[in-house]
Design a protein around this ligand. Sequence first.
Ligand SMILES: [Zn+2]
Length: 496
Amino acid sequence: MPELPEVETVRQTLLHQIKNEKIKDIKIIYRGILENTTESDFCTKLTNQSIKDILRYGKYLIFVFDNVSLVTHLRMEGKFFIKSSTDEIEKHEHVIFKFYSGKELRYHDTRKFGKMVLLDTTDFVEIMNYPALAKLGPEANVCSDVEYFYNKINKLKTPIKTVLLDQTILCGIGNIYADEICYLSKINPLTLACNLNVEDATNILKYANSVLKEAILCGGTTIRSYTSSLGVTGRFQQQLLVHSREGEKCKTCNKTIKKIFVGGRGTYFCEDCQENKNITIVGLTGNIASGKSTVVEYLKKLNFEIIDTDVISRSLTKDKTSDLKKIMNQLKKFDSAKVEMIYQNECLDRNKFRMLLFEDETFKNNYQSIIHPIIKKEVLKGIKTSKNDIIKDNKKRILFLDVPLLYEASFDELCDNVLIINAEEEVIYQRIRKRNNLSDSDIAAILRNQLSFDEKIKRAKFNLDNINQAFDVIDNSTDLDSLYLKIDEYLHKLNK
Ligand SMILES: [Zn+2]
């Protein structure tokens, strides 16, 4: 199907070939092409008219004559050919415009989906009032109005690929170029438009402009049946990054290009380069005895996905595993004597290990510098799995990352939002005293090992100002019922 660049190529070719040609006669073989006139009205009004200009809006071609205009849409298979009056009429040639010069403009359409509309005006504004044209959005190859575009799409719960094909929002983008635009904007075509931000909208417009302009320069893309009049073929297919490249390698990351169907249209994309934004990643953090684990238990009951970094950390340090061996070998480079003290026969003396972490700042820092990047890799794997699941069911998800040292270990950079669980200091002391039978000075020492609530808020505000990362605080100083109520309210807000 010809898209904007192909129609533009047709326009330029025709203008060059038949500008100022005067119609002597018209032969209509299939009258179903005419949309708003009778055969005789069509012929009477156009005979003895000269082609003054040929314009294009989106995928519409507009022939402007002395005092009428002819609006055409090629649809699936429509083509114009310039032939001579001595050439035989071929099958599928439905309307033939005969010029005084002996040239003929022939409309060819194997599927007969194309339409011609005759208007009694040559004024562009009046032409654009014709209903089919009036409902079209701005042209995608020139539109730079991010505010318009963002406001149009930011409430749509429709995949962006489908939105890009909606000619009332932006006109001129078809299936091929929509895939290319999504790829360059690094957006998974299944991402719902409402999950895109202003930056995404800016990128989409930027790449819609550049892709279409480049395609026009190349004379369009020749895929399947499209050829311009006189057999001119486009060269843009040589530059396609994803469209029609299923199974081939992504030019950015070397992974395999996939094909899926979005809104019934074959859609090509790179799973690694194009982010599916239908997922909100919430970093969940809170100090010891703040009640973070109670929140996690509640979220699990509600069937939320949770990636727990403590679980990952425990599985990485299981006795007699290659993971633990690797970690200890790396740690030996910093302090082999201490490692020999805690790690023997491929087993970890957990009590001694905990004591070291608690009492020896340098040891703790060294250990964390090894383990945190490994945990982060595992978390990223979990996020990717979750994103792949979205590709299957295309529902918006919330994924919680349960990370006690969210800010301390820079896991905040993986999150869209942060939820901080807090409780008043006195409540925290009471809970720990009851649970672990520790002295107040021991409790103070544990708390000193974590970023205080005030420091967490400082970091959260910094992220809000600098990377637009929202944060919320749930205070859990009272009873369970009020905690659950607060979580419910928070989830409601998040789902909006
Ligand atoms: Zn890629």
